[in-house]
Design a protein around this ligand. Structure first.
Ligand SMILES: N[C@@H](CCC[C@H](N)C(=O)O)C(=O)O
Length: 309
């Protein structure tokens, strides 16, 4: 259906909207995991290009709906997998989101696309497939997030070193000891003695956008509580300070495990709550945590035309 496209400021990017009570609009769902919130929209609302300006406007907490990111899906993918694309609040597309994958799996079941307790999700940006299981007893969702590595090439870091382990990074007159780790998306873990949101808000963006990481990176400030618990504060690439991040939790658990600081089952404490990360000897990991539906809403045509203002 190609209806009413002229209502939209960026109309060439949308080809399917509905009219409700005379107002052109597009439906979205809002989901959250530990305060990390995503809007989920159907692919049928879009033509091939999903404009970053539209994502930015949607995610804006004052001028839009408000979210840390947007998930578009499900797309048909081979072998019965459900395809999805994940965008940060700044409009950039990202490889992976640990929380986003659990939220999307919950959405697929909530709206009736899927009935199975185990699903295969296809991350269309990279082509990676991940398995998701619903743990009915714990009301939690487990995502087998795949492998992790410490290769500087995977992080697209501008260094001749093979890895960035305990690397001294000098920024703004301070030296941070960082470890870069790729869990499907890039992360930079900084061990600190004491944590605060202020620390992440101040230094996260400086580290995450420094010249060592020309493609930018997610940044975690972390401390080990004991062999089964770590605590983190997060600055997400493309979203800024967030209350939780699944891939960030996995990144910190991977670095801590690799350094011999924790056991193979780790609880990661974040400002929004905690997740469980299980690590395997073959450098793979799984993330378990909650996912909650928040709202079903409609973005109006007025919002669309404001995008050009
Ligand atoms: N909130 C996410 C991470 C989203 C992607 C990240 N900002 C990136 O650009 O890689 C999570 O739960 O993992």
């Amino acid at each position: 259906m190609r209806a009413h496209r002229t209502y939209w400021g960026l109309r060439s990017h949308f080809y399917c909207i509905v009219i409700l009570n005379g107002v052109a609009c597009m439906e979205f769902f809002k989901y959250q995991a530990l305060g990390n919130d995503y809007l989920i929209l159907e692919p049928r609302w879009f033509s091939e290009t999903i404009p970053p300006a539209f994502i930015r406007q949607l995610c804006n907490r004052r001028f839009g709906v408000g979210a840390d990111g947007v998930i578009i899906g499900p797309w048909r993918a081979p072998d019965g997998a459900y395809g999805l694309r994940i965008f940060n609040a700044d409009g950039s597309e990202c490889e992976k989101s640990g929380n986003g994958l659990r939220l999307f799996a919950r959405y697929l079941v909530d709206v009736g696309y899927a009935t199975e307790s185990e699903l295969r999700l296809s991350l269309l940006y990279t082509g990676e497939i991940v398995n998701v299981s619903f743990l009915r007893t714990e009301h939690a969702i487990r995502v087998d997030l795949g492998s992790y590595c410490f290769d500087a090439i995977a992080l697209q870091a501008s260094t001749s070193q093979e890895q960035l382990r305990n690397y001294p990074l000098e920024i703004g007159g301070k030296v941070f000891t960082i470890t870069g780790v790729d869990v499907g998306n890039p992360h930079c873990v900084v061990w600190v003695d004491s944590l605060s949101a202020e620390l992440a808000r101040t230094w996260g963006p400086r580290i995450g956008t420094c010249t060592l990481f020309p493609q930018k990176t997610n940044v975690q400030f972390a401390r080990v509580l004991d062999r089964r618990n770590v605590q983190i504060e997060i600055w997400e690439r493309g979203a800024g300070y967030t209350l939780a991040s699944g891939s960030s939790a996995c990144a910190v658990a991977a670095v801590a495990y690799d350094s011999g600081l924790v056991d193979a089952a780790v609880t990661v404490h974040m400002p929004g709550g905690q997740v469980q990360v299980d690590l395997n000897a073959n450098h793979t990991l799984a993330l378990t945590g909650p996912a909650q539906r928040v709202a079903l809403g409609r973005v109006s045509a007025d919002f669309g035309s404001q995008m050009l203002a």
